[in-house]
Design a protein around this ligand. Structure first.
Ligand code: DGL
Length: 248
């Protein structure tokens, strides 16, 4: 019998930062990771386009025997999670979101830079979250093009971007919310620009929440911890990069 799996998707490599946290607490589940190179980047696409893309991926993952779906992309979560949850009622859909609540709970008095894609920051879902946990000490930075440079491993473009758009916050902020799943991959580069800031992201809370949802729905399995990687363009270099980050 085919094992039941957890489907995880992102526009590309970024969601690996989510999957890594999930594996720490659910090592014996089987996974399918779907990297959507064909439609990357999501960050500047309109709502309808993102919803259609995510709908197709979710259907594909369910057809491949996924018992739960993790949207490992803040932009896709912000724009499509509501639609997907209403459409696929039979299956838990867990969605990442920027760690605004963590700042409110653990760093209320400290100035914080919130980095996310333009799509996430402009979304209704993010604006509601932001207003709910606003401590009046946050700077919002829509990082147009940054996730794309990370995806393409264009380290020069990443450095130029950080110097131009992030450096002005040096000395002004103590914390950074990494509100895009690609950004944990450039923590070192952000620290080089901003100094010793603290990072906040939603990955580990999502992992705990996923475990709890699976437990409540009687969906926990004791499988082999197998991870299948699918790239929508079949890019082998992406697969290699994916597994090298997973093992790190
Ligand atoms: N990794 C995605 C996120 O968390 C976005 C990257 C993209 O723009 O495609 O928002």
């Amino acid at each position: 019998m085919k094992s039941r799996k957890i489907g995880v998707f992102d526009s590309g490599i970024g969601g690996v930062t989510v999957l890594k946290e999930i594996i720490k607490i659910l090592p014996n589940e089987d996974y399918i990771y779907y990297s959507d190179s064909t439609n990357n980047p999501y960050g500047d696409k309109d709502d309808e386009t993102i919803i259609n893309i995510c709908d197709k991926i979710t259907k594909k993952l369910i057809d491949k025997n996924c018992k739960a779906i993790v949207i490992a992309c803040n932009t896709a979560s912000a724009k499509a999670s509501h639609y997907l949850r209403n459409k696929y009622l039979q299956i838990p859909i867990i969605a990442i979101e920027p760690a605004c609540k963590m700042i409110y709970d653990y760093a209320y008095d400290e100035p914080t830079l919130i980095m996310a894609t333009k799509g996430t920051i402009e979304s209704e879902k993010f604006q509601l979250l932001y207003k709910k946990y606003n401590n009046q000490k946050t700077y919002l930075l829509p990082c147009a093009g940054l996730a794309d440079s990370i995806e393409k491993e264009n380290s020069k473009a990443v450095k130029v971007y950080l110097k131009e758009h992030v450096k002005p916050y040096k000395g002004k902020v103590k914390n950074v919310v990494l509100g895009c799943t690609h950004y944990p991959l450039i923590k070192k580069e952000i620290r080089e620009i901003l100094g010793d800031v603290k990072f906040f992201n939603g990955e580990s809370n999502l992992a705990k929440h996923l475990k709890e949802v699976l437990r409540k729905n009687n969906l926990l399995d004791d499988n082999t911890g197998n991870i299948q990687f699918i790239d929508s363009q079949g890019l082998e270099d992406k697969e290699k990069r994916f597994f090298s980050i997973i093992k790190r």
